[in-house]
Ligand binder design. Structure first.
Ligand code: CAA
Length: 412
């Protein structure tokens, strides 16, 4: 169990995010979605407020307000525009490898730029042939024998790719090794050999750029090797995802909350059979279920953020997978029901509810598919069951053997 409390600073950040959402996101979300253009005004407002440093330690120019503050802000943004919510969350995802695994010099060089909003970040892990199998990458980091590496290859679906000035990239530095195959590197968008490939044309989150990113023999020295250590890439990427998944889960909570708010308001205004449809029990059941699921998802996200902020690494892996999976499933269910409540109008782009429905789907796919999250949750459960034999503490082993439990096999 973790103590879920919010500091005054965290609550103030939430209020600031709400203000930015009302001023910059709500009135412009539909236009940016249509034009596939990024809401730079909202990003500038967030940067000017200091919000881009909330997950960054104070000594590197941040506010040290934790993953809880990140989740609160991402939820507020996503209520108004889930695409901006993910752009903000990915700025954290792209810089967390440096926060969690960087050397002091790397932190001192890059994190103040991120905190002030001078730099925007991306996280380049996925490739055309390596999505869920994050260990199966093919982008290479080739040792030049003089303390430098050349990065060769292409990454796929780099969220924020074309806006990012700092890209944390994971590449194969030792193809012969199983556990030390990958290393993380910090690439700057001005590095010779870096370029942006295809701009993806997406079903949802259309106002945030998602790109192919190309690394054509980018030469990097040891100062760009994440943490100054080879072979740590997989662990750095996994640790980062553990801390970043509450962000995407908060995006899901915001998406659900935004769709729910629209559906509730619409249900009170739309009249059929001479009554507002909110007076019909079947609509009420839908609204109540949507609200309960959204609230449950919100508290799971906060439980996970609390574990991350209290440094309980063991708990974070499972809670992050649970929060990401549950909240994103909820977002899709709630956005679907919200469209249903809007009826024919919900299917049209005239009302913003269709956009919530389109924006929701990717949540179940990126930052680890929900199939991967369920696998992570189950692996944690199986491991705990092995570590502590609950059954054995209730019924003696000898007795269990008569029920068909083979301890020799279990302990093999
Ligand atoms: N923290 C630290 N170390 C970890 C770890 C964690 N959370 N998870 C695994 N490891 C370590 C293991 O201990 C193991 O170490 P040893 O070899 O020393 O024993 C090693 O890493 C390998 O672990 P696994 O055997 O568990 O690895 P696996 O190959 O079975 O894969 C996986 C595990 C969970 C499926 C992983 O590949 C995964 O998370 N895949 C999904 C990738 C993903 O989330 N991609 C999203 C990209 S980002 C994105 O989408 C952003 C966006 O656009 C918005």
């Amino acid at each position: 169990m973790h103590n879920i409390t919010f500091t005054d600073a965290q609550i103030a950040w939430q209020a600031k995010a709400k203000e930015i959402a009302i001023t910059h996101l709500l009135p412009n979300a539909a236009r940016h979605d249509k034009e596939q253009s990024f809401n730079e005004a909202a990003f500038t407002a967030a940067a000017e407020s200091g919000m881009l440093g909330i997950w960054i330690p104070k000594e590197y120019g941040g506010g040290d307000d934790g993953i809880a503050a990140l989740a609160l802000c991402v939820e507020e943004f996503s209520k108004a525009d889930p695409a901006f919510g993910v752009a903000f969350a990915v700025n954290a995802l792209g810089s967390l490898p440096i926060v969690l695994g960087g050397t002091h010099e790397q932190k001192a060089k890059y994190l103040p730029q991120v905190a002030s909003g001078k730099a925007a970040c991306a996280f380049a892990l996925s490739e055309k042939f390596a999505g869920s199998d994050a260990g199966g990458l093919s982008v290479r980091a080739i040792d030049q024998g003089d303390g430098t590496w050349k990065i060769h290859g292409e990454k796929k679906w780099t969220t924020n790719g074309s806006r990012a000035t700092i890209i944390t990239v994971f590449a194969v530095s030792d193809p012969e090794s199983r556990s030390r195959r990958l290393s993380g590197f910090i690439v700057e968008n001005t590095d010779p050999g870096f370029s942006i490939g295809k701009v993806e044309d997406k079903m949802g989150i259309r106002s945030v750029p998602v790109n192919e990113t190309i690394f054509d023999g980018i030469q990097l020295g040891e100062d760009r090797l994440l943490g100054g250590k080879l072979g740590m890439g997989f662990k750095h990427a996994m640790m980062t995802l553990d801390f970043a998944r509450p962000g995407v889960a908060a995006q899901a909570v915001g998406t659900a909350a935004g769709a729910l708010e629209l559906a509730t308001t619409y249900a009170t205004k739309r009249r059929q059979f001479q009554k507002p449809i909110s007076s019909f029990q079947m609509v009420q059941k839908m609204l109540a279920d949507m609200a309960m699921k959204t609230e449950a998802a919100r508290w799971l996200v906060h439980a996970c953020a609390a574990a991350a902020d209290q440094g309980d690494m063991k708990a974070v892996n499972k809670l992050a997978a649970m929060a990401k999976c549950y909240a994103t499933d909820v977002a899709v269910e709630v956005a679907t029901d919200a469209v249903q409540i809007f009826g024919g109008y919900g299917f049209m782009e005239d009302y913003p509810v269709a956009k919530f429905y389109r924006d929701a789907k990717i949540l179940q796919i990126y930052e680890g598919t929900n199939e991967v999250q369920r696998m992570v949750v189950a692996r944690n459960m199986v491991k705990s069951a092995r570590d502590f034999d609950y059954l054995n503490s209730v019924i003696p082993q000898e007795e269990q053997k008569t029920f068909g439990v083979d301890y020799d096999i279990l302990n093999a």
